[in-house]
Ligand binder design. Sequence first.
Ligand code: CP
Ligand code: NVA
Length: 335
Amino acid sequence: MDNHTNKRDFLGFSHLDAGKIIELFDFSLFIKKQRREAAAGQPYKPITGKTVAMIFNKPSLRTRVSFEIGIHELGGYAINLEGKSIGVNSREAVEDIAQLLSRYNDAIVARLHEHSVIEALAKHASIPVINALTDLSHPCQILADAFTLYEKGLWHEKIKVVFVGDGNNVANSWIELAGILPFHFVLACPDESKYMPDTKILESARKNTKGTIEIVHDPKEAARDADVLYADVWTSMGQEDEAEKRLQTFREYQVNPELLKIAKPSALVMHCMPAHRGQEITAEVMDGPQSIIMDEAENRLHVQKAILVKLLNHEEYRKFHLTHRLQNVARKLKS
Ligand code: CP
Ligand code: NVA
């Protein structure tokens, strides 16, 4: 978590290490199990009475619904603030919104355009701020994606994740993760600077990684021996004016049956969604047996609930890990 003062934010992965990420995954597994137990009459509500303000300056389905349901299930209350209505930096300065919301709420979830605005929000808020996507990054998505592979027992240092498409926010977060949690990440993107990932994120990840980070421009070369083929839209939110040009530029960057054949026979297909069938991914692959797209979308809920508990009830989060460690020691002593 990013520490600005003594409060914790979740703007990216920069203040996590590999161990802390695995801890979050283990807690997400527990949270997922708790949801089934809640359905059987044992609710788990560690953030009872807490309120979370959610600012959406861009459209959303998964993020908004999964946060709202997650907050409700954990015993909290979510308030949806449409960006248009509160006017971040147009009706009101971001520093004023940050301070005001901190008087009423326990956390802020924000989906904004410029990453600098979420940084300003976090700087001026005295409560945790969670990045629900900016033009630069989408950490909640990538944490849920990596967790999806982890829960399937597939996460290891040699796993080869190939991202096919635009080196934008989703790719940036994969790269940021690769700088912390070792694995083999390959981005296949067009050879033009505007489609390349963020330079600072890439440089920092390359400096710190114990895995491999590659940038190539040929999707077929990238797909060889891939364990995961990952797709995102060719035109992100806010880039609609470039849609026509991008349709041409990204033509070769489609996750389709031919590309899947180049990957390992056991390869899985992921997509952060929303997907444009027939553009970055074919319907056949999206609906095919190798797709785990709906699993990763569902896991947004469980992982974000884990993040919320970590930020809003750290004592509960710590207690879980202490118990978890003691159980592991007891298991080892028994065997
Ligand atoms: N993947 C994702 O963040 O979806 P939404 O834009 O619908 O929230
Ligand atoms: N890159 C996409 C991700 C959507 C979840 C966008 O920013 O629109």
